[in-house]
Each structure stands twice: as C-alpha cells, then as structure tokens.
Write a protein that binds this ligand. Structure first.
Ligand code: EPZ
Length: 415
C-alpha cells in the first residue's frame, strides 16, 4: 500500500484518437502537424506502418510530429504489422478512401472478445467497395466510392470512424446512423474538418459527410485528452485511499466515471475551466452497480480499473459488461490477491474485502494491466505484474506517473 497516494498528474492525448487520426493523414495531400500525441507503442506502430507506405514523418518531439502523405504509393499493410493492434483496421478505410484499394492484414489487439469487423465491411460495401477477407488479409477495392446511408446494427467506434474515413472523399453525401459518439470519434471528425473535410454531427448518433475532392492539409491539430487514462488515475485514488488531481483533461468526457465515484462516496471536484478533476478518498467506498455502455454510458475501458475499487468497497457490487464477451479475466488475478469475485457470463459479483495482499499476477490486456497496477498500489506487500507490454500500448510512462503520486513501482524488465 502506498503510504500516501496524492498529487497531480498530467493526462496525455487519447490513444484511441491518435490511432485513428494517424491513419487518417493518408487522406491528405500535403503536410500537417499533430501534437499531444501519446508516446505509446500503439502510436509508434502507426508511424512504422505509415513510413512503410511512403509517408514522410518529422519527429518534432516525443508527442508531436509533422507528416506528409503526399507521396504515398503503396496500399498494402502486412500482417506482421496489423496483428499487433486492433486499430490497424483504420488503414483499410483510409487507403480505400484515397486510392480506392487496400490490402491490409487482419487486426490483432486485446483479447477481450471475438471483435468481428462485419460492420466495417457493411460500411465499405454500402459506399461501393468490394471486400474479400481471406487468409488473414482484407482486400478492398472500389472503381469509385459513392455516398450512401449506412445503418449500423451495433454501436461500433471502429466501424463509425472507418465509415467516416471512407466517406470523406467519396462522391456525394453519406449518412451514418446509429453511430458511436465517443470523444475520439468527434476528434477524428474535427481533425478531418480542419484539413478540409465536410463532416457534421459527430458526437451524435447521426453523422452526415459531404464528400470533397481532396484534403490539402496545412493545419496543426492537437489530440483530445485521454478520458480513459484520466479515469484510470481517478480510480487509483479511490482504491488507494488517495487524493489525486488529473489535469489537461476534459471533465465532461469523464462524467459517467466521476458520477459513479461520487455515488460510491468519493469527494469529486472540478476546476472552473473544466480541465482538472480531483478525487479524494474520505471513507471506504460503498457498493455500486456498473453497466458498461457506449458513450456517454460507463466506458468498458474503465471496467477493470473500477473492479479494483469494488473489490475493496463495502458490501456486494455488480459489474455487467455490456460491450465485450470476455473482459473479466483480471478478476482471477484479483482473487489471487484476496478479492472475492464471482464471474457469471457477462456479469461479475464483488464481495468487498478490507484489503488485498500483494502477489505475482499477470495482465491479459491493456486495461487489465492498468487495473493490476492499481491493485498492487492498494495492496499490502509486494505485487509483480507481468504482461506490462500490454500496458505500454496505451499508457505513457505509467510507472513514472504513479510514482510521482507516491507509489513505489520498479520496471524489472524491458517490455
Ligand atoms: C474501440 O474498439 C477501442 N479500441 C476499444 O478500446 C474500446 O473498448 C471499444 O472501442 C469500445 O469503446 C480502439 O479504439 C482502437 P467497437 P473497437 O467496434 O472499435 C461489436 C482499449 O482498451 N462489433 O466499438 O474494436 C464488438 O464485438 C481498447 O483502449 C461488431 O459486432 O470496438 C463489440 O461487442 C480495448 N461488429 C461492440 O461492437 C463490428 O464490425 C463494440 O465494439 C465491430 C464491432
């Protein structure tokens, strides 16, 4: 247990925005600058893929680049790249949009469910593309892309963004219905509009895109702050009897998270500018029921981190995972630390315990890894978390940030 877990931590740009906006630069014939990029391995992978396609990237700082995709000629992204991250599917939408063809290896990413891409394919086909997915590669081709109405059967962040990418340079108007409303969907639309696109309604469930001839770039864009990184540190304060302020965030993007923390008895305050949120532990959190939903509901990417707080809360709590089929594997690891959790399909029941005890645990995905680090900070004794390479995909300098708040974390091997 950290003796005293308190202080202020600066939030980085959002992973799930950066991994979409970087492929989106393929649509631009010209230079653009992007800052507030998180320095994480999923973003580094995007740089590698873009340079393999022929993009010219100038690395201005660990969090800022200038990129020019004018001279890209290739439209293939091999499997050895794409199997490393789910977001590699955005290269299908962006290459198809600019070159009317794409040959992209199937996506990898966190093992939290089946994660099909049928809705992405539905969107591409609605705009006139022919899609063949064989042997781990998705081949897309279109003589031309023409605007159409796309109705999504499920709310999908990735399919919504891929539909926006494919429709931005299409002929005519596209209407996306039942669209995802996450802040990173809005960020992609704002970025493309900054570069000359015509996208309206992002952040609502109906998005209208009027195709334009080309995007010429020339602007600078700053990635939106990461609501999940911010939420992760706020949950850590709740689990570790701490007092933590996250800064360079957007408080409204955290509303479902801070509302749940207040409901559990944490003291939550926001500054007047709405870019700082403070969570202070005043007493043992009370039980809660969580149902993960598409934005603005409680984010599935905060489920594991919140599970640690519920494992230590008073009484019996429930989490219903509404998005993915297998996102409770972290609970087995928390039970090794003394938690009392029963998983039944897409629900988990938490019987709160007074404390967790440190032991070796293993991360199964990005957010599970973050949750186990929080558990290790809150627990008595030493915890060793393996699988840190998952965490490095989505968090910049996570141990440095936690240690600046009073944690005692040492990285014992290079991920
Ligand atoms: C994005 O994944 C995020 N990843 C995930 O974050 C996040 O958990 C998820 O959105 C939900 O918010 C990136 O942005 C790179 P979905 P994505 O399409 O796009 C089903 C993290 O920890 N579905 O919104 O893959 C799907 O199975 C990661 O940062 C289809 O059925 O998620 C799921 O049940 C983990 N067909 C639901 O929709 C499709 O074609 C939502 O998935 C697409 C999705």
């Amino acid at each position: 247990m950290a003796q005293s877990f308190h202080g202020k931590v600066v939030i980085n740009g959002a992973k799930n925005s950066a991994v979409a906006i970087l492929p989106a630069t393929i649509l631009i014939k010209g230079k653009c600058r992007i800052d507030n990029l998180p320095n994480i391995s999923d973003v580094t992978l995007c740089y590698e893929i873009l340079e393999s396609l022929g993009a010219e990237i100038t690395y201005i700082s660990p969090n800022e680049i200038e990129i020019d995709c004018t001279n890209i000629t290739k439209t293939e992204v091999p499997y050895e790249f794409t199997q490393k991250a789910r977001a590699s599917y955005y290269f299908i939408g962006s290459l198809l949009s600019r070159f009317k063809k794409a040959n992209v290896g199937s996506s990898g990413g966190c093992n939290i469910g089946s994660r099909p891409i049928d809705q992405h394919i539905k969107a591409f086909e609605a705009l006139g593309a022919k899609i063949d997915s064989e042997g781990g590669t998705i081949k897309a081709e279109a003589p031309e892309l023409k605007g159409n109405t796309i109705y999504f059967d499920v709310v999908s962040v990735g399919a919504t963004i891929n539909a926006i990418l494919a429709a931005t340079l299409a002929e005519g108007t596209t209407q996306i219905e039942n669209a995802a409303k996450e802040p990173h969907v809005v960020d992609v639309a704002n970025f493309l509009n900054n570069m000359g696109a015509n996208i309206r309604g992002a952040g609502t469930d109906i998005i209208k895109i009027t195709g334009v001839k080309e995007l010429t770039g020339g602007a600078t864009y700053s990635i939106v702050p990461d609501q999940i990184e911010a939420g992760t540190f706020l949950m850590a304060a709740a689990a570790s009897k701490g007092d933590v302020t996250v800064t360079n965030c957007i408080a409204t993007h955290l509303a479902s998270i801070t509302a749940k923390l207040e409901e559990m008895g944490l003291e939550v305050t926001e500054n007047d500018d709405g870019d700082e949120v403070r969570v202070r532990y005043v007493k043992r959190p009370t039980k809660a029921t969580i149902k993960t939903m598409p934005y603005p509901g409680f984010p599935t990417d905060m489920q594991a981190q919140t599970g640690v707080v519920l494992a230590l809360a008073e009484g019996t709590s429930i989490i219903n995972e509404g998005i993915f089929e297998s996102r409770f594997r972290y609970t087995e690891e928390l039970c090794k630390m003394g938690a009392q959790i029963t998983v039944n399909g897409k629900s988990a029941i938490f019987e709160g315990v007074e404390e967790l005890h440190g032991c070796p645990v293993s991360a199964s995905d990005l957010r599970a890894g973050a949750a186990l680090i929080i558990a290790g900070i809150a627990a008595t004794g030493e915890t060793t978390v393996s699988g840190i390479e998952y965490v490095d995909r989505g968090y910049e300098n996570i141990e440095k940030k936690f240690n600046s708040l009073g944690a005692n974390i040492t990285r014992i091997s290079e991920s």
